[in-house]
Design a protein around this ligand. Structure first.
Ligand code: NCC
Length: 276
C-alpha cells in the first residue's frame, strides 16, 4: 500500500472514524433499568463546536514546561485519567472541559473514582478495551474492568455531571486507521487514551493542539508529570500501539517540528474545517 500524505491521512480519519457514545436505546442496554442514566443524545450533538482546543497528555515531559497559560487559553481542554491540575497549574493549566478516563481508573481502589473531587469538574467520558468485534452484547458480558457497575454508582452520586461512555466501535475504527497505515502488523489492543482523546477533540474543535504526546526536548523517562515513577514504556508503549499512534500523529501534524521540539505541541485541524 502507498504511504499516504498528511492531508490524505486526515481525510481518511475523518471519513472512517466516527465518535459514538452509548445511548439508552441501544441493545442490550435498552433492556436494563439503569439505561436511563445514559445521556439520551450523542456527545457530539451535546458538546462543541469549540474554536481552539488543547489535549494534554499526562507525560512527564510536561513537568517544568511552563505551558499552563497557553493550555488554558484554548476554549476547551481535554485531560486524561487521574491527571491533576492542582499544584501543577504552571505546567498544565487549570481548565478541564472534558476528562477521558479508562475503565481501569474507574475500577481500581487507588484512584478513588467515586469519592475524589479530581473527577467532578467538566464532562466525563469513559472507555473500556472491548472485543474487536465491538459487539455491545459481547462486550457487556466481558468488559476489561467493571465499567458499567462503576458508571451506575458514579451517576447516582453525581447525577448532574455529564458522563458519556464511548461506543467500542470508536476505539477499533481508530485502531484500523493505525494498522492500515503501517507496514507491519501491530498488537490488537485498543489505542491509548491519548489517541482516542485527540480524535475525539478533532470531532468537536476547529483546531486541536496536543501537548507532549510527541515528546519535546524535555523528553524523560518520568512516566507522568504528577508522579515520581520512571518507565520509558509510558512514552513508547507496551500494551497500547503507542509508537504507531505517535507516528500517525506526526504525519498529520500541521505545526512545525520546532513546535514539537520546544513545546511538545502538535497542531491538527478539526474535521469540520477539513476540505476532503
Ligand atoms: O498513563 P495514562 O494512559 O493515564 O496517560 C494518558 C495518555 O497520555 C499519553 N502519555 C502518557 C505518558 C507518557 N509518558 N507519554 C504519553 O504519551 C498517552 O497517550 C496516554 O494514553 C491510558 O491510555 O488510558 C493510560 O492509562 C494508564 C493507567 O491506566 C491510568 O493512568 C490510571 O492509572 C495505563 N497504565 C497502566 O495500565 C499501568 C497506560 O498504559 C495508558
Amino acid at each position: 500500500t502507498p504511504k499516504l500524505s498528511g492531508p490524505e491521512l486526515l481525510c481518511q480519519l475523518k471519513d472512517k472514524v466516527e465518535v459514538a457514545t452509548l445511548t439508552p436505546d441501544l441493545q442490550p442496554f435498552s433492556l436494563l433499568p439503569w439505561a436511563t442514566q445514559l445521556p439520551p443524545q450523542q456527545l457530539t450533538s451535546d458538546l462543541g463546536p469549540y474554536k481552539s482546543c488543547a489535549v494534554v497528555s499526562s507525560a512527564g515531559s510536561l513537568r517544568y514546561s511552563g505551558l499552563g497559560k497557553e493550555i488554558d487559553s484554548h476554549e476547551a481542554v481535554l485531560r486524561f485519567n487521574a491527571a491533576p491540575t492542582t499544584g501543577y497549574e504552571k505546567d498544565v493549566g487549570s481548565k478541564t472541559t472534558i476528562r477521558l478516563i479508562n475503565s481501569q481508573v474507574m475500577a481500581s481502589d487507588d484512584h478513588r473514582f467515586l469519592s475524589s473531587s479530581l473527577y467532578s469538574s467538566g464532562v466525563l467520558v469513559a472507555w473500556d478495551p472491548a472485543p474487536f468485534s465491538a459487539d455491545l452484547t459481547k462486550w457487556f458480558n466481558r468488559t476489561d474492568y467493571p465499567i458499567f457497575a462503576q458508571y451506575q454508582r458514579y451517576r447516582r452520586l453525581h447525577p448532574l455531571q455529564p458522563f458519556y461512555i464511548l461506543h467500542p466501535r470508536f476505539e477499533w475504527q481508530i485502531w484500523q486507521r493505525i494498522q492500515d497505515n503501517m507496514a507491519e502488523p501491530i498488537q490488537k489492543n485498543p489505542p491509548s487514551s491519548g489517541m482516542l482523546g485527540t480524535v475525539l477533540m478533532m470531532s468537536l474543535c476547529e483546531v486541536v493542539h496536543v501537548y507532549e504526546f510527541l515528546p519535546s526536548r524535555r523528553k524523560t523517562e518520568l512516566c507522568h508529570y504528577y508522579q515520581r515513577f520512571y518507565d520509558a514504556a509510558c512514552t513508547l508503549g507496551a500494551y497500547h500501539p503507542l509508537l504507531y499512534e505517535k507516528n500517525l500523529v506526526k504525519r498529520m501534524n500541521q505545526g512545525s517540528d520546532r513546535d514539537i521540539y520546544t513545546s511538545g505541541r502538535v497542531t491538527l485541524p478539526g474535521f469540520r474545517k477539513l476540505n476532503c
